[in-house]
Design a protein around this ligand. Structure first.
Ligand code: ARG
Length: 466
């Protein structure tokens, strides 16, 4: 990036001395907003077409501008563009290059607009594409979860509350819980996109413009679904960025929860899953180590996205209307949120299909911890006990089993009957793990048939999307 003295600033007319060198660095955004060049050029091309449609530019003028802009886009694509800090931001760098390339007619492009509505347009275009890319990655991860859930629909594991063994569940059911979290993220993303996809261009600096602009035409050219209603709001609104980051923070929070379970489960103490070697790393000192770096890192990256949400909320807090330079600070948190989401989703989408469930270990763990105690209580209710009495009786039986160091199912009928005569020979079928999960056979329950039905419904819901 260069400081060049050949370009005076497009706004320097009323100034009597050049900008302080440090201030120039300090206020410039081109170091990060050049990332918006495609959107900036796309917006400018639409603006030029619109200006010629309404007669503010001649056809020849707008054609020269459009061709010049297209050539600049190619130069930047190829890395043959020299960005100048003196020219402050992506907008003025491209505009200066345009005038250099096509002559004074390039200076007509900025008619009827301002960098304030221009940057708002650029970010919305950029974010719209980013949302689509994130939705695609999200969908890959959802599909990976459905496939794994299908394979593991009957695999029994302990379900936890308070991280203590609670009741047996199927691994497929657990994976479908993750899927549900992502399905909500997907909906939120689509909803957020509706408020991103609105054209602010035409607001100009803050009050609109004196030229007879056709905003509907510009919106159509850029694929915006709507047009902002108020020029002051159009240049100052960053709600859409906050909403997107909030969606991202929640999505990362979900990924951090999956990550945490994968880290726990891949430990020697749990050993429920084996993560593929290619997603793990070793230790430079402990030869035996295989560390679950990918889930750990995703868990850790949640912090930065949560931080970006707070940054953006704080950025907008108490800002007076309309545009303020503060808003230049919206880009880095937004870009980093996008990058973090894309990277984390991709890592998980690639890793999930290769997760190996250690079903023996899961089953063994489910068999410990009296996971079928509730099943025994429900059995007593079916034999005529009230649930509260049944709870008390089973609690005593569990205490006895703990004393004996035995599982409930290992106690003989006589022992079980010493707690209540309601218990009969048929009790043993309800104390099995398979019986326990199969009995929770209703919509939303953990029975393998219900898990398969949930997967089918989920696949149907996913399919109509692009
Ligand atoms: N770099 C600015 C931003 O990111 C672009 C708009 C600047 N407008 C202005 N009048 N200084 O928000």
């Amino acid at each position: 990036m260069s400081h060049d003295t050949t370009h005076s600033k497009p706004w320097s007319g009323r100034f009597n001395e050049p900008t302080d060198a440090f201030v120039e660095e300090f206020t410039a955004s081109v170091g990060f907003d050049r990332r918006l060049y495609r959107q900036d050029i796309r917006g400018s091309i639409a603006h030029a077409h619109m200006l010629s449609k309404v007669g503010v530019l001649s056809t020849e003028e707008s054609e020269a501008i459009v061709q010049g802009l297209e050539a600049i886009a190619q130069d930047i694509d190829k890395g043959q563009f020299s960005w100048s800090v003196t020219l402050e931001d992506v907008h003025m760098n491209i505009e200066a290059a345009l005038t250099e390339r096509i002559g004074p007619v390039g200076k007509k492009l900025h008619t009827g607009r301002s960098r304030n509505d221009q940057i708002a347009t650029d970010i919305r275009l950029y974010l719209r594409d980013a949302i689509d890319a994130i939705a695609t990655q999200l969908r890959h991860l959802q599909e990976a979860l459905l496939d794994l859930a299908e394979r593991e629909a009957e695999t029994i594991m302990p379900g936890f509350t308070h991280l203590q063994t609670a009741q047996p569940v199927t691994f497929g059911h657990h994976l479908m819980a993750w899927f549900e979290m992502l399905a909500r993220d997907n909906e939120r993303l689509a909803d957020c996109r509706r408020r991103v996809n609105i054209l602010p261009l035409g607001a100009a600096a803050l009050a609109g413009t004196t030229f007879p602009i056709d905003r509907a035409y510009t919106a159509e050219l850029l694929g915006f679904e709507a047009i902002t209603e108020n020029s002051l709001d159009a240049v100052s609104d960053r709600d859409f960025a906050i909403e997107f980051t909030a969606v991202g923070a929640l999505l990362m929070t979900h990924l951090s929860r999956f990550a945490e379970e994968l880290v726990l489960w891949s430990s020697a103490q749990f050993d429920f899953v084996t993560l593929p070697d290619r997603f793990c790393t070793g230790s430079s000192i402990m030869p035996q180590k295989k560390n679950p770096d990918v889930p750990e890192l995703v868990r850790g990256k949640t912090g930065r996205v949560n931080g970006h949400l707070i940054s953006l909320l704080t950025l907008m807090k108490s800002q007076p209307l309309a545009y303020n330079k503060d808003n230049q600070e919206d880009k880095e948190p937004l870009f980093d949120t996008i990058d973090t989401l894309l990277g984390s989703l991709r890592a998980f989408a690639d890793m999930v299909p290769a997760i190996k469930a250690n079903s023996d270990k899961m089953r063994e763990a489910a068999a410990k911890g009296y996971a079928t105690a509730t099943d025994l209580a429900d059995y007593l209710v079916r034999k005529g006990a009230s649930f509260r009495d049944a709870h008390e009786i089973v609690g005593k039986a569990v205490a006895h089993a703990i004393e004996q160091g035995e599982d409930l199912a290992a106690l003989n009928l006589e022992t079980l009957q010493s707690f209540t005569p309601l218990i009969q020979e048929d009790v043993f079928s309800v104390l099995t793990l398979e019986g326990s999960v199969a009995a929770r056979n209703h919509l939303g329950g953990t029975a393998p048939t219900q898990v398969r039905a949930a997967i089918q419904r989920a696949r149907r819901k996913l399919s109509p999307q692009p």
